[in-house]
Write a protein that binds this ligand. Structure first.
Ligand SMILES: NC(=O)C1=CN([C@@H]2O[C@H](COP(=O)(O)OP(=O)(O)OC[C@H]3O[C@@H](n4cnc5c(N)ncnc54)[C@H](OP(=O)(O)O)[C@@H]3O)[C@@H](O)[C@H]2O)C=CC1
Ligand SMILES: O=C(CO)[C@H](O)[C@H](O)COP(=O)(O)O
Length: 480
């Protein structure tokens, strides 16, 4: 296919489904002649026939043709299914490329796979740039948020292209070199974890507005539209209003009522929680969101438990101000979820020596990506002024914000419990906040119990060292 165009394309894209096809168009629209390839060539042909007038496309029937059509050093973006498919494409490409060429994986790869791939390709003289890309179909076309990892040298070459096709906020591209090897995919994984938490909190708020305040979906859409004018302004709040305002054309029912109430997941939320457990850095809001999806899909368990009793006292009159309280609770819980995500990135950065710039991360999430939100400006500012900030909620601005919200947040969690409406995200966010601010935690008792049954020892508040009480003896204390 590509004989007459050999060596003419600036960059190649293989994998032309939703994301890769639109990313290729984005490159072409920005003036880059782009070589395009897909395992099933019908996709390549469709892309060129439908969008060939948007720029210069060089169709390739095979990966060898794709590589042949690229200027040196070659740059190839892979946008295929994560996992085995990505390995298969990398293996084939690596055999076709030369030292100094760059492979960029823009799929949702696990960062550990990216570390392995980067090390293996480095041995062969190839650069591997594991890159988080967020923004879905529209973002890929109009400007996503781009989170590239890999070496500084590779970024020097491919970075300007990525910055040109990324979303822009205040004149700055939503793309920054996140750090070496798997840093880009790690940051994208956490982005998705926050995405899970954020959507769960929004869903709980919708549920409360419906079950407690008695509003209809179209009315709730209006509430979200109003909320989107203030501190909560974000892409997810904006599209919540769209989805809730939509009516099923077939039945005339609210769209949200004809969709099965079982949330699916591809895995990045689960990965986030698993990695947080490994790092020992807690992300309860993200974990609750992952578990809430799993529980929604536990259909048989839900069936056998469906007749269990709910609150025996009828819910009282809905307080005036409940909707405002809920806005505050949602805001506070969202801040807690973002605080957890940033803390986790910071922990991984230390563990793997990535030196991730948290302010830069917040900046590139301000546009293009699914979790873009007005308050990311403030998060960027918080980490810019205090890069060593241990928890976002300890930043002066966010401490003030959350202290404004917390009383309403408590009322909402209490109302949800009294009404029997599950609110795991809102509740766990509040527990996270209260745990962080507690002067003394019951972890002391946990330590005592561990020592009682397993001689696991404990530390004391009044002197250094580890101690054990002879629980089944005379209960004297020994230093260990
Ligand atoms: N969809 C989204 O909103 C987002 C997706 N991503 C990530 O981007 C990547 C692409 O996503 P998306 O566009 O949705 O596409 P899919 O994840 O649905 O993957 C489909 C693409 O992968 C190709 N493919 C699958 N198996 C193989 C294989 N063994 N060898 C070669 N090619 C293969 C398909 O080729 P064929 O046409 O021949 O089947 C097709 O081009 C994924 O890693 C995804 O996780 C990232 C951000 C957002
Ligand atoms: O990467 C994304 C956006 O940033 C995808 O939309 C995300 O993978 C969706 O995940 P899931 O299917 O698990 O909800």
């Amino acid at each position: 296919m590509a004989d007459d165009t050999r060596g003419t394309a600036a960059i190649g894209v293989t994998g032309l489904a939703t994301m890769g096809g639109n990313l290729a168009r984005n490159l072409a629209r920005n003036g880059y002649p782009v070589a395009v390839h897909n395992r099933t060539s019908a996709r390549t042909e469709a892309l060129v026939s439908e969008h060939g007038d948007e720029g210069v496309f060089v169709p390739a029937g095979t990966l060898a043709e794709l590589v042949d059509s690229l200027q040196r050093p070659r740059q190839v973006i892979i946008m295929v299914k994560a996992g085995g498919a990505t390995d298969a494409v990398i293996d084939e490409l690596a055999g076709l490329l030369e030292p100094g060429d760059i492979i960029l994986d823009g799929g949702n790869a696990h960062f550990a796979d990216t570390r392995r791939r980067e090390a293996a390709l480095r041995e062969r003289g190839l650069h591997f740039v594991g890159t988080g890309i967020s923004g879905g179909e529209e973002g890929a076309l109009l400007g996503p948020s781009i989170m590239p990892g890999g070496s500084v040298e590779a970024y020097r070459q491919v970075g300007p292209v990525l910055e040109n096709i990324a979303a822009e906020v205040d004149g700055a591209p939503c793309c920054v070199h996140v750090g070496p090897d798997g840093a880009g995919h790690f940051v994208k994984m956490v982005h998705n974890g926050i995405e899970y938490a954020d959507m769960q909190l929004i869903a709980e708020s919708y549920d409360l507005l419906r079950a407690v305040a008695g509003l209809a979906p179209a009315e709730i859409a209006e509430v979200f539209r109003t909320w989107n004018q203030g501190d909560l302004e974000s892409y997810l709040i904006e599209i919540t209003a769209e989805v809730l305002g939509h009516t099923d054309p077939e039945t005339g029912a609210p769209f949200v009522d004809v969709v099965a109430d079982r949330a699916e997941q591809k895995g990045t939320g689960r990965w986030t929680v698993r990695e947080a457990l490994e790092l020992g850095d807690p992300v309860p809001g993200i974990a609750e969101a992952v578990f809430a999806r799993a529980l929604s899909g536990a259909v048989r368990q839900r069936e056998v438990c469906a007749s269990l009793p709910g609150p025996t006292e009828p819910p009282g009159e809905v307080r005036s101000g409940f909707v405002d309280d809920l806005r505050e609770a949602l805001y506070g819980a969202k801040l807690a979820a973002y605080a957890q995500g940033f803390s986790m990135i910071s922990a991984a950065s230390e563990q793997y020596g990535w030196n991730v710039d948290l302010a830069g991360t917040a900046r590139i999430w301000r546009g293009g990506c699914i979790i873009r939100a007005r308050f990311l400006d403030r998060i960027a500012e918080a980490y810019r002024t205090r890069p060593e900030l241990l928890n976002l909620l300890a930043d002066d601005y966010f401490a003030e914000q959350v202290s404004r919200s917390q009383q309403a947040w408590r009322r909402v969690v209490g109302t949800a419990a009294a009404a029997g409406v599950p609110a795991p995200g809102l509740s766990s966010g509040l527990a996270y906040y209260d745990t962080l601010r507690a002067s003394r935690l019951p972890a002391a008792l946990v330590q005592g119990l561990r020592d009682y049954f397993g001689a696991h020892t404990y530390q004391r508040v009044d002197r250094d060292g580890y101690f054990h009480t002879l629980w089944s003896g005379d209960r004297s204390e020994t230093a260990s």
